[in-house]
Design a protein. Sequence first.
Length: 117
Amino acid sequence: MRHTVFTICLVSAASLLAGCEALGIETATQIAAKKEAEAKAIGSACRHAVRSIEDCFGSYPRAGKAAVFAGWREMDEYMRENAIVGMPAEGSTGRSDSADTRESGASGPAKSSSQSS
């Protein structure tokens, strides 16, 4: 009688532990795969938004750099193969213009005004 109760307890415990996936409990492997997939998505989004890889690294410091670069590179290859033009975000163009002005100093606006004439 004791062996049957013990066996029933073991079987019920095993079935409950097997159901942990149904509860949404993630393992360390699943969490790592999810973080890597998110970092690759960040990299590909940066490439599609015509952002440099360095800018992408700076904007998302917690994302894994290797996975971000892999996503950026895959999107770059895909865009080149299919002749897709990047879609820069509206806010990013103003920021890069001000960065160009700071780097070039006072000669930056003079060059752009002479080119438009």
